[in-house]
Write a protein that binds this ligand. Structure first.
Ligand SMILES: Nc1nc2c(ncn2[C@@H]2O[C@H](COP(=O)(O)OP(=O)(O)OP(=O)(O)O)[C@@H](O)[C@H]2O)c(=O)[nH]1
Length: 353
């Protein structure tokens, strides 16, 4: 049986920067074959055209499919499932599927659709990415142009027109595996820190909150979360209300020497390890202590000819033996990815210990 294709769901209000983020991802996909499904809304359906104009060999027009019937939750059987089946029936399987929801579709029903029998054996939800307009949210508006969001909502008869936007926003946060605070360029550093802290408090444990400008997130951070979100829907329903006091300045646990919306990665090498399980736990501890988003690579294990592949998303570390080292040097080599300002010396020392 072939491995399931990972699918990432990108959600967020109109104007938050979903299309910009997806475009950046396609332009930096480095040969990864990504199929896009876009949930369009009537006359506002311009995103498909914008993305088709991308002109990159990794995002050909064929790889973009549009859903046109508005709210996904009401049209799963008629629209979403057939679109997915068409995509899955192709000879040239995509490496990854990205689904951009319309700003007002709740992500939960879409994630639930991945439990349909026709789909569940072939695709898994890699993660739900919620893009927020950092500037608007920090000013309590949720969207840059609230009137446009409301106009979009009125166009779709299937949407309830009464729910306050704040509740839709909370649902998008409750469903997220990663929250992208976009438009960081428009935020002051303290404002950005306070918003990140507040979104972390409002989201489920382990949800990564990252800052970005123009949706510039490394593809390795965005894709490959490996969450299988369709399997833990219960956790994503409830909207929790927390009240936040203004940041009292205690949240400055990282130094921002570089732009605070940027990312960095570096490589740590070390000698052979003796105990894979112990090393995984060591990695998880380092990740927790340093806000590392991703860590991946392989380890040489004493007495084993095979490389131990390591992949960590947040503190979840997956390992498996993949292939012999062959002529490559028997070393442990790990790539660490996080937002700029990582304490490279401390992380390196902790991973080499
Ligand atoms: N200053 C600033 N502008 C941004 C950023 N990201 C996106 N924008 C702009 O915000 C506007 C909306 O971005 P889109 O990517 O179209 O937003 P969207 O979420 O896809 O919106 P819809 O697809 O229409 O729902 C565009 O004019 C972008 O150029 C950012 O990080 N900073």
């Amino acid at each position: 049986m072939q491995a399931k294709i990972p699918a990432t769901v990108v959600t967020g209000f109109l104007g938050a920067g979903k299309t910009t983020l997806i475009r950046h991802m396609l332009e930096n996909a480095k040969g990864k074959r990504i199929a896009l499904i876009i949930n369009e809304f009537g006359d506002l359906g311009v995103d498909g055209d914008i993305l088709k104009g991308c002109g990159d060999e990794t995002c050909t027009e064929d790889d973009i499919m549009e859903l046109s019937n508005g709210c996904i939750c009401c049209t799963v059987a008629d629209d979403f499932i057939p679109t997915m089946e068409k995509l899955l029936a192709r000879e040239n399987r995509p490496d990854h599927i990205v689904i951009e929801t319309s700003g007002l579709a709740l992500p939960q029903p879409l994630v639930r659709a991945f439990n349909w029998p026709e789909i569940s054996t072939k695709v898994t939800v890699d993660g739900v990415v919620t893009v927020v307009d950092g500037k608007a949210v920090s000013e309590g508006r949720f969207a840059h142009n609230v009137a446009a969001v409301d106009a979009q909502r009125k166009l779709d008869e299937n949407l309830d027109h009464e729910t306050p936007l704040s509740e839709l926003f909370e649902d998008q946060i409750a469903c997220a595996d990663m929250i992208v605070v976009n438009k960081s360029d428009l935020l002051g550093e303290d404002e950005a820190d306070a918003l990140v802290a507040s979104l972390k408090a409002d989201s489920r444990d382990g949800v990564q909150v990252v800052r970005a400008s123009m949706g510039k997130i490394p593809v390795d951070v965005l894709l490959g979360q490996g969450i299988a979100a369709e399997g833990d829907l219960e956790a994503r329903h409830e909207v929790h209300h927390h009240h936040h006091h203004d940041d009292d300045g205690d949240h400055h646990d990282h130094e921002h020497e570089h732009g605070h919306d940027e990312f960095e990665s570096f490589v740590v090498t070390r000698s052979e390890i003796t105990d894979p399980k112990g090393f995984s736990e060591q990695i998880a501890t380092v990740i927790r202590g340093h806000d590392i988003l991703r860590l991946k690579g392989f380890a040489a294990v004493e007495g084993k000819p095979m490389r131990l592949t390591l992949q960590a998303v947040g503190p979840r570390v997956d390992t498996y033996f993949d292939r012999p080292f062959g002529s490559a040097p028997r070393e442990t080599r790990l790539v660490v990815i996080g937002q700029s300002g990582l304490d490279q010396a401390a992380i390196t020392a902790a991973l080499q210990a």
